[in-house]
Design a protein around this ligand. Structure first.
Ligand SMILES: Cc1cc2nc3c(=O)[nH]c(=O)nc-3n(C[C@H](O)[C@H](O)[C@H](O)COP(=O)(O)OP(=O)(O)OC[C@H]3O[C@@H](n4cnc5c(N)ncnc54)[C@H](O)[C@@H]3O)c2cc1C
Length: 473
């Protein structure tokens, strides 16, 4: 293939559907991917999607509409999502799910559901495959590879975009480095689907200074597309929004990283009985631990500087309902022997000293909490008051604010054209997926499925639209 009609940078959640729909609409497509494999964040994403009016929702007789989806996301995101982009995302979502169905996505029988890991939608519209993000990848990858085999998509793995090439203010291609050396690819339409920046400490800190947050995105999410576009004058928005995922555990002390599949404290009272208390470095509780709103829990931890401890006693260790997803009581005890992320002590005073929180504060807090359990009347209004914290030994687990996504990203218009700082489209440059920042679609909150579903949808929209331009020009 000489010069393609569409050059897609990044073969992940948004890039693969973009290439497929562009090629299916008759365009010559080339794809540049810096890693050695397809799929991007789909390899580790929970892959939750949400759509109103899909075939699968109708088959389960669930009444829903894009307008209700829009209203729910706006409400959860405190009104900060981009109205035009959100409207387009919720309108397209059902057709994206139907498309996955045509490619034989294995929809589980018991979904869509109302999911409570984020603030819930008013309708059952969240769905994911048994292999989470990998279920999506296994559904779309075969079609992508068919088109590669047919010569409709040219794939360049292990090619890293470094710069956008400009001519008179128009993007005319990209330059970068491959294992074989430097490369330059010309193209009339360049689509950035390079993902977010939540694996880049430098960019995260620049965009969200003074925010303590462990980074839990895929290693490839280093904000390359954002940086390349900024270098040619693209506008960035959304950095004022950042809401952490609470309950993250640091991988190695001091690493600044987390892996939610390795260790994650589940504090959703809809999914487990909450027995423990959560305290800050003063040893004080800062929320009712059975707070039903995920949004409220996220903000409460952020207000403590993103650090806290889960404190519980021996009687609360429960293999069937663990504090840390997948951790047995013995795993907690083993971690406590290391004394880096989990601590154990015979008294609360010793526990506070070992873990690094204020001992008198923790003693006073525990006394007041136990009195509330006895009286059935908790100071912070907690409803789940099943047992006093009184059976030694006592445990503390350090939890942190973390993130798996970047809220900020490139400003795009309704046509997904990247805008410059004056608000004008940069000719030849488009973007979809997390590179436009998750705040664009979710605002200041977590609307379930509102990263993966719009990434798939906007990829498809751009592929179709740009193929239309190529075929008619
Ligand atoms: C643990 C976890 C769980 C999540 N769960 C959910 C969920 O349940 N629901 C939801 O909606 N969202 C979820 N998200 C977020 C969601 O998965 C991502 O926002 C989305 O998958 C990002 O898609 P993308 O196409 O923008 O980026 P990616 O899928 O990451 O694709 C970007 C691709 O670009 C490539 N690339 C990057 N830089 C370059 C370069 N310089 N040159 C060439 N190629 C490059 C990367 O290697 C990658 O293949 C989760 C994220 C994580 C980490």
């Amino acid at each position: 293939m000489s010069s393609p009609d569409i050059l897609v940078i990044g073969a992940g959640t948004a890039g693969i559907p973009c290439a497929i729909s562009g090629a299916e609409a008759g365009a010559r497509v080339a794809v540049v991917e810096k890693t050695a494999e397809l799929g991007g964040t789909l390899h580790i994403s929970a892959g939750q999607m949400s759509a109103a009016g899909s075939r699968v929702q109708r088959a389960r007789e669930i009444e829903d509409s894009p307008q209700e989806h829009y209203d729910d996301v706006m409400c959860i995101g405190h009104g900060y999502a981009d109205p035009e982009l959100l409207e387009q995302a919720v309108t397209e979502a059902a057709s994206t799910l139907d498309w996955l169905g045509e490619l034989e996505f294995p929809f589980p029988e018991d979904m869509p559901i109302v999911y409570y890991g984020h603030d819930p939608y008013s309708r059952a519209r969240t769905i994911w495959g048994v292999e989470m993000g990998v279920s999506i990848l296994k559904t779309i990858q075969p079609r992508f590879e068919e088109l590669v085999d047919a010569g409709s998509i040219e794939l360049h793995l292990e090619h890293r975009l470094e710069r956008l090439l400009l001519d008179g203010g128009r993007v005319i291609g990209v330059a970068g480095t491959a294992s074989s050396g430097p490369f330059e690819f010309p193209a009339p339409h360049v689509v950035l689907t390079t993902g977010g920046y939540a694996a880049s400490r430098a960019l995260f800190t620049e965009l969200h200074p003074n925010v303590h947050c462990l980074l839990g995105a895929r290693e490839s999410s280093t904000g390359d597309g954002i940086q390349a576009a900024r270098e040619i004058g693209a506008d960035l928005r959304g950095a004022e929004h950042h809401l952490p995922t609470p309950g993250c555990i640091e991988l190695e002390p001091g690493s600044g990283k987390t892996d939610i599949w390795d260790a994650f404290a589940n504090a959703a009272p809809q999914y487990r009985a909450i027995k423990e208390i959560h305290v800050n470095d003063r040893g004080e509780r800062f929320l009712r631990e059975d707070e039903p709103s995920a949004d409220a829990r996220e903000r409460a931890l952020a207000a403590q500087g993103g650090r806290a401890w889960i404190v519980f006693d021996e009687a609360m260790l429960d293999d069937d309902d663990p504090v840390i997803v997948g951790w047995t009581a013995d795993m907690v005890r083993d971690e406590a022997v290391r004394g880096e992320r989990v601590w154990r002590a015979d008294t609360l005073e010793q526990l506070a000293e070992a873990a690094g929180m204020d001992a008198p504060g923790l003693l006073a807090t525990t006394e007041a909490y136990n009195a509330g359990v006895r009286d059935g009347d908790d100071l912070l209004g907690r409803q789940q008051l099943d047992g006093q914290l009184a059976t030694a030994p006592f445990y503390a687990i350090a939890i942190h604010a973390g993130t798996v996504v970047g809220f900020a990203g490139l400003t795009v218009d309704r046509e997904l054209r990247v805008l410059d700082q004056a608000g004008s489209p940069i000719p030849g440059l488009y973007a979809a997926g997390e590179v436009i920042g998750v705040a664009a679609l979710m605002g200041d909150g977590y609307g379930g499925g509102m990263c993966v579903t719009p990434a798939l949808s906007f990829g498809r929209i751009l592929g179709r639209r740009l193929a239309g331009l190529a075929v008619t020009s």
